[in-house]
Ligand binder design. Sequence first.
Ligand SMILES: [Zn+2]
Length: 477
Amino acid sequence: MSNPADTLERLGDALVALVQAAFDDAGLARASDDDVLAVLAAAGRIRRGADALMTEAVAQIVDRDQQQPYPDRLTARHGCRNVGELIQRAARLARKSAGDVVAAAEAVGRPVSLSTGEVLPAGFPGMRAALRAGEVGVDGVVAVAGAFRGCAIGRAQMLAADEELAAAATGEGADAAPPACADELRALATVWATYLDQDGAEPRDAIALRKRGFMMGRARADGLIPVRGDLLPEVAAQLQREFDSVLSPRVDGVPVTGPRFIDQADASDSEAPDEAAADDRTRAQKQHDALAVLLTAAAASGTLPALGGAAPTLIVSVREEDLASRAGFAHVSGCHEPVSIAAARHVACAGAIQRVVLADNGRIVSISTLDRIFNHHQRKAIVLRDGGCVIPGCHVPAEWCEIHHVDEHARGGPTHTDNGALLCWFHHRTIDTGGWKIRMNQGVPEVRGPTWWDPSGRWRPSTTSPTRRHDDIALRT
Ligand SMILES: [Zn+2]
């Protein structure tokens, strides 16, 4: 290798010319899907190659630095406190990215023995070969090395794991899977590390227990409450399972594959709108809404410890005029932040209402309680009829749904099965604003979608009840 930097400079110039062509009006914007994907894949390869060169260069710097007293060190001579700072300046990387390159260099570099001058083998020779072949980048090496940090594993076992992980990284693993990305490598390496380091799990668990936490912050200017924390893996897994249970079978708008039923009305209507288009929430928004569902369900389960002698019910206070005029705001017990009238109407629709009349001086004049909760017989019957949230494409199952008073209770709508329809937390919360309309037609809920979803503006019966769909098939055949 005569002067690698010169060759790289020429390669870099050629790359810049390519980049400029790609950014031009006639560039990637005009390319076919296949060509855009091919560019992405090839750029990934270039990046892995650049990663490999940076890693080897940094390994050299680290190694040479260690052989010199401080003032003579390469880093010191260039005015940098350490290798990380030198990388940040030379390669214009963020501090974390520079730290990753150092970690990768330590994992796959081949240091020179200070005593014998002999070149020693790399810590992860398999990953070194994968990096050298351009099959893995710094992130993949760091994922593997990070999983084994602090583990007490013999060299032979370590080499066996390294060989298998490198095979996974290059797509030559026993399972014939395609080359693994860094996240997959981290997961695989973690399995290996815990398998080989049988004693390691215990202290790790103790550390995790100490670090666990869940905190709610102060309300921000936008009225949202930030949360942060670290969940133990089993708690996170439980939460994820429950999210999935609320959100299944569809997450992130990915349509359910395989056969599915369609409503009889839709079957004859080729203009039927696409259900998948109906839900444009992000995954984060869906998980937020799923959390709301879980909390409501837990409060209603009757199994939580009592708070002040009652189940931990959400108490919303709102002036009756504000609720009727849909202006102003409401308050929730346990939170200083005011909530919207829409939130109050949502809670009021599915809960009990206590009407408290105050005199001008604040004295309580009267209390009356309006029970508007559908009893469990009514609920079971509505579940049988509706199957789940009646908004098309929603698929939140019945057990996670609330019962909406279609004709508002405050305006005389009865707590009767002919006036109750299943809605998930999100669609119940946004029923006044989301563009979906619900009406009861001879005791059956019908839905009219927003115009962007269904320009025809038709009322459509909506059910996911297997019983009713079975009946539909029986009618047709
Ligand atoms: Zn819904």
